[in-house]
Design a protein around this ligand. Structure first.
Ligand code: RAM
Length: 353
């Protein structure tokens, strides 16, 4: 009896060690840490991974926080990963590791629309449920996309906003994320379509430049724009990293009132620039809710409740029920409309995300 008792303790200790090691592996190196706690749901011991564009992006941190909340509520384990640089190669390496860990689902925020197809197809062939969110991958690479808001609306409102800010006249530039980011590229396409409207005939889009969602590169790209275009009236940055960097440069150079900044920003990072009027207003959606919706979509896919086909419905915790709908490239679950942040509401939101 005594012998078995000791054996039992030793086995339990080995098991505990193995579980701890598995968790460490998921958190590895300089990448984002792993969740790991389980909540009160019935998702068994399923492991749901999310791979963001790159580390060090506060938007990505909020997105992953929401994802982890949903997965834990459902009783599963969340694995949060991102490469150091926003590259397709970095994501492929992480996905290969996740495939070998036999996770149950993979949510990808793509650094490239087509470039991840081989590795994501491999993941699906191995029985992993694959979905994208925020920055979509092509329809062969995933079962469904969890979309923040209608891309056409996101693109068009940024041009409407900037036009109003500069009185429909002058040079404007776009400071984007990476040149391969499918979300930003789609929004920029819609900005260009909106600019074809005769209302904007006295406005000119002089350049689209890329700060790669890296703070320093976004700062130097902003400085380069100001140097190349001394008459520049506005910068649109459809990236939270870019808009904060551009606003800081304009503020530091004392260019308030000469060059305006708008686009998509986190209220927590942009409050000071909305208050100092460098950015009169800007837009975003709730990144925590986007991650939470993606988490519940991952759980519903891996529980076999949905397959990602049009008409599938599921419950997304506190957010209520959602339906899978058809788009031009596959199917999606849509979070909602972009939200405007300005001097009247920024105080309410700056501590939320
Ligand atoms: C950056 C990222 C992200 C995008 C936001 C608006 O943080 O590029 O993908 O959705 O900006």
């Amino acid at each position: 009896m005594k012998k078995f008792g000791i054996l039992g303790i030793v086995l339990t200790a080995i098991l505990a060690l193995l579980v701890a090691c598995g968790d460490q592996g998921a958190a590895g190196g300089s990448e984002e840490g792993s969740g790991g706690d389980t909540g009160g749901g019935d998702d068994g011991d399923k492991r749901h991974a999310i791979v963001f564009k790159s580390t060090g992006n506060p938007f990505g941190e909020k997105l992953m926080e929401g994802f982890e909340d949903a997965v834990q509520e459902a009783g599963g384990e969340a694995i949060l990963r991102a490469p150091e640089q926003p590259t397709v190669e970095g994501q492929i390496q992480i996905i290969e590791e996740l495939i070998s860990q036999q996770i149950d689902s993979l949510t990808i925020v793509g650094n490239d629309y087509d470039g991840l197809e081989p590795v994501l197809t491999k993941a699906m062939d191995r029985g992993i449920e694959v979905l994208s969110t925020d920055s979509a991958v092509n329809e062969n690479s995933r079962m469904v996309h969890v979309n923040q808001a209608d891309p056409e609306a996101i693109g068009r409102i940024q041009i409407e906003a900037v036009a109003e800010m500069i009185d429909y006249e002058g040079e404007i530039a776009v400071l984007s994320a990476t040149s391969q980011a499918s979300n930003q590229n789609l929004w920029i396409e819609w900005m260009k379509k909106e600019l074809e409207n005769a209302d904007y005939e006295n406005m000119e889009l002089v350049e689209v430049t890329y700060g790669d969602d890296l703070r320093d590169k976004s700062v130097s790209e902003t400085e380069a724009l100001l140097q190349s275009y001394p008459d520049l009236k506005a910068i649109i940055a459809p990236t939270t990293v870019g808009i904060a960097a551009a606003s800081k440069v304009i503020t530091d150079k004392g260019l308030q009132g000469e060059v305006v900044v708008t686009g998509l920003g986190l209220p927590s990072e942009m409050a000071e620039y909305i208050q100092n009027e460098v950015s009169p207003w800007m837009y975003l959606w709730n990144p925590i809710e986007l991650g939470y919706l993606a988490g519940y979509t991952a759980v519903a896919l891996s529980d076999g409740e949905i397959t990602g086909d049009v008409g599938d419905t599921f419950e997304a915790g506190d957010l209520g029920s959602y339906e899978v709908t058809e788009t031009e490239d596959g199917t999606e679950v849509l979070l909602g409309d972009p939200f405007r942040f300005d001097i009247d509401n920024i105080d309410e939101w700056k501590d939320v995300y």
